[in-house]
Write a protein that binds this ligand. Sequence first.
Ligand code: 2M8
Length: 446
Amino acid sequence: MSVTADTRAMLRDRAAAVLQGNDAGTWTKASPHLYPHQWSWDSAFIAIGWAHLDVRRAMTELEQLFAAQWSTGMVPHIVFRAGPDQPYFPGPEWWDCAVSPAAPTPPLRTTGICQPPVHALAVRRIWQLTPPADRPEIRARIQALYPGLVSWHRYLATNRDPEGSGLVTAYHPWEGTDNSPRWDRSLARIEVAEPGPYTRLDTAQIGASQRPTDWDYDRYLWLVGLLRKYRYDDAEIYRHYPFLIKDVFFSAVLVAANAALLDLADIAEAGADDREQLARWLERGRAGLTGCFDAESGLCVDYDVRAGEQIRLRTFAGFAPLFARTADGAQRDTQLRVLDSADFCGNPRFRWRLLPSTSPAEQAFQPRNYWRGPVWPIINWLLWQSLRELGCSVRADEIRGDSLDQIAAGEFAEYFEPFTGEPLGSPEQSWTAAVTLDWSAQDLSS
Ligand code: 2M8
């Protein structure tokens, strides 16, 4: 059953109200209670949502985030902005980023890791949505932000890829998809994991069965302790640290983001050097992903640098070639077939034909647990964007329609149970509202 145009317009208004409710003026809380600070990739999606309401506010969101950029170019995964009345664990004291000379100076306080670089995609969307009268101002603001975006991509293409493989090395499960089973074996290999006493705040708000386990948290926090010990220095981390993963999803987002920066190069009046470098990173990223494509499963596989082994699991990340808008037609067709197989969107028991975070065919699949099974709207938004750019507009539009139906039934949840569509995690999650605004605009304009 599909919702009517009126219901869609109401959904759009409710999505706008969620963003406005989480708006802190110049930045937006990722969600009202569970995530009260500014998160990196959340902010990028949020900026896309704001662009439908106010392009200036959308730019401000990203400018605030980039104000906390490290001197290495890294955009930190959290900028701690909420006051002590809105606690979050682990907070800035746990990260103690002042140990790094690259961290921004107080009062700015951040974490010392990063998340997928969706930001350039957001800037391109903002520009597309900018009304003619606002173009001079927004163009100037994009020009001012562009060098920061290039230096962010440079950080990922160099410090996070000293091998020059085209693949970004993730340092921590918190670099995007927290308790994905992709990390299970690598986390299990960590020998000591005694981070010291701590109290989780997340499970006081959300049922523990929908969140990472204490076993996971022990390892997450232990790894933060090691990063702190190495003073967040990439070379030191590469020498000693136990968790280094070539993350195909992160790498695919970087490919798409490099393409977006190239699309913006004229608007930003980028120099020839930047353009050449972006094109080189883009090609290197594509080649890197091709190198981890597994023809048998039709999926891309992550790689554990320390263990020297591939991570063979069926998760959404395996569709990295689609997320990177692969130029290889045969690879694209294989991926589209696997995407709609019973292992993913085509599972006959699914309520909607959407991409789950983990395949129901995996032993590790848990339909109500965070990144181990549920459907995430932002992942389906990235897939929708890619499919459109790859010319698969019919399938893309189905994903958009099903996603909107799911959100209409489930009220801007953080993630959804794939068989029942039950809303899970945090309610009023900003990025769910933001992608709803972007998807709804397609209805209202058609
Ligand atoms: C989730 O992660 C945070 C830690 O960063 C948490 O569980 O406390 C993830 O879904 C992450 O990707 C997301 O950016 C963040 C805020 O929505 O929540």
